[in-house]
Design a protein around this ligand. Structure first.
Ligand SMILES: [Zn+2]
Length: 492
């Protein structure tokens, strides 16, 4: 203390000159301080800028990465939000016991397992909406109160587009068969139902997940066949073969062919019609309705193959579907160098072409929607626990794949499938369906995958759907019956 006083006194005794020197030094020091302050302010602004940028542009993608440690931090602070059906029923919720232990609970058990997904594996909507489910309302006062009290905040709820009545109808109709059922609203892309079999109970994941991982792909319960399964499209592919024929041949209305029950082309393969049926005289519309292989294995020779490949790619073959949840890329490889057998097989949806059920649905849905393919989506809106909307999904066009005129012609052909062709399950229903059947051989046995893609009502499509039933036997009308259960539930 004494020493300090002494120093001050000494300073007071200093001469004027030294005061001037001192002031100069101070000025210099002030300028240094100013420069340093400026740097700090600049750094601060830069960092705030980055934080804004991070929150607005990057946070979602970084937090959605299931391997990011940030998630652990958020999960320590936020109780994961609920996933709700379109009608508000809970599809996934987090239960907290008295000790604060959290369990993710799925009240519908197996019924929504693939589409809702697993929180632990961040699949399905659990993965897609991870950021939203761990985000809070942004109410700073509430968050501060939670921070101070040490209590966890509550994450936002995600309201899906899924309709429980349709999901349950599809789930029950599939029974113990393997395959998938999906339904969307063609004008918006809203996913109404998505079922994949075999399935699992997500509430058992903690115990059995590692066991499920060991199943091979044909038995896998974790695989979402609706989006990840790849199958031969079979006769459903005739939609695109017919469209290309119409595009490449102005005289398509005068197309004529005499079906003898099978088609033989020199240097190619003999391709029989379904069940060896002799279809007789066929125009293009009736050949489509009857799914005549004689016609569709030979009209490939009248197509511009380079353009055909482009048409298929415009319809998203060899492209990522970009639907937000895990999905496989469909493949189409035929080009202008194709050999005779490849042209025959590709025209009827056999050969190397592979497609996912979701992609097949997007194709028929675009036909139902005047040639505009909408982007399928699962989340209608994000809201607080109290129910106020934080964000709302707007329907988005994915691609314009054909003209309204072309869509109208194919729609009419699909209607004839039901009224006069292979779509007999819907001939006497109260609602008018348009669609395309398909059977796809997948090995040397007579077992086939059975497809049905379609939409209804024919003149004002409200629902488009796709059913794939694995490993039925020839002659069993499986996929159509399952589609009928779905539509009965929709129109009841
Ligand atoms: Zn035929």
């Amino acid at each position: 203390m004494k020493q300090q006083v002494k120093t001050r006194n000494l300073k007071k005794k200093k001469t004027k000159e030294s005061d001037i020197l001192e002031n100069k030094k101070k000025g210099l020091r002030n300028r240094e301080t100013n420069v340093i302050s400026f740097i700090f302010v600049a750094l601060f602004l830069l960092m705030s800028g980055y934080l804004v940028y991070f929150n607005v542009f990057k946070a979602s993608s970084i937090i959605d990465n299931p391997y990011n440690k940030r998630i652990d931090n958020l999960e320590n602070k936020v109780v994961r939000g609920n996933i709700l059906a379109a009608d508000g029923q809970i599809l996934a919720t987090t239960q907290v016991d008295e000790e604060g232990n959290e369990t993710r609970y799925y009240p519908f058990e197996n019924v929504f397992c693939h589409v809702v997904g697993l929180n632990s594996a961040k699949t399905g909507i659990e993965g897609l909406a991870n950021f939203e489910l761990l985000s809070t309302s942004g109410n700073i006062i509430e968050e501060l109160a939670d921070d101070l009290s040490g209590e966890k905040a509550v994450g936002l709820d995600v309201v899906t587009t899924l309709v429980p009545e349709l999901q349950e109808a599809a789930y029950n109709a599939m029974g113990n068969n393997k395959g998938a059922v999906i339904a969307i609203e063609p004008s918006t892309g809203k996913v109404l139902a998505m079922v994949s079999k075999p399935d699992y109970n997500p509430n058992d994941a903690a115990e059995y997940y590692s066991e499920w991982l060991n199943y091979d792909s044909s038995e896998s319960v974790l695989l979402n066949r609706a989006t990840q399964g790849l199958y031969s499209p079979g006769s459903t592919f005739k939609i695109l073969t017919a469209l290309e024929y119409i595009r490449d041949n102005d005289d398509y209305e005068s197309f004529s062919y005499d079906c003898t029950g099978s088609a033989y082309v020199a240097g190619g393969t003999t391709i029989p019609c379904y069940d060896g049926t002799v279809h007789g005289h066929q125009n293009l519309e009736m050949a489509f309705a009857n799914s005549c292989n004689g016609v569709f294995s030979t009209i490939g020779f009248k197509l511009n193959l380079a353009k055909f490949k482009q048409t298929c790619e415009d319809f998203l073959f060899n492209k990522n579907l970009d639907i937000g949840i895990e999905s496989s890329v469909s493949s189409f490889s035929m080009d202008e160098n194709a050999g005779i057998s490849e042209i025959q097989e590709t025209g009827i949806g056999q050969g190397k072409t592979m497609i996912s059920p979701m992609h097949n649905l997007m194709i028929i849905s675009a036909i139902a929607n005047n040639g505009v393919m909408m982007k399928p989506y699962f989340i209608d809106r994000v809201q607080t626990r109290e129910g106020s909307t934080v964000s709302q999904t707007e329907p988005e066009e994915r691609a314009t794949v054909c003209t309204p005129t072309e869509a109208a012609i194919i729609s009419e052909y699909c209607r004839t499938v039901v009224t006069d062709g292979t779509g007999y399950a819907f001939r006497y229903t109260s609602y008018e369906v348009a669609g395309k059947t398909g059977t796809a051989q997948y090995d040397s046995s007579d077992r086939v995958h059975s497809w049905f893609v379609g939409f209804a009502p024919y003149d004002d499509p409200q629902i488009a759907f796709c059913v794939i039933l694995e490993g039925g036997y020839t002659g069993v009308p499986g996929a159509q019956q399952i589609a009928k259960s779905l539509l009965d539930a929709f129109f009841e």
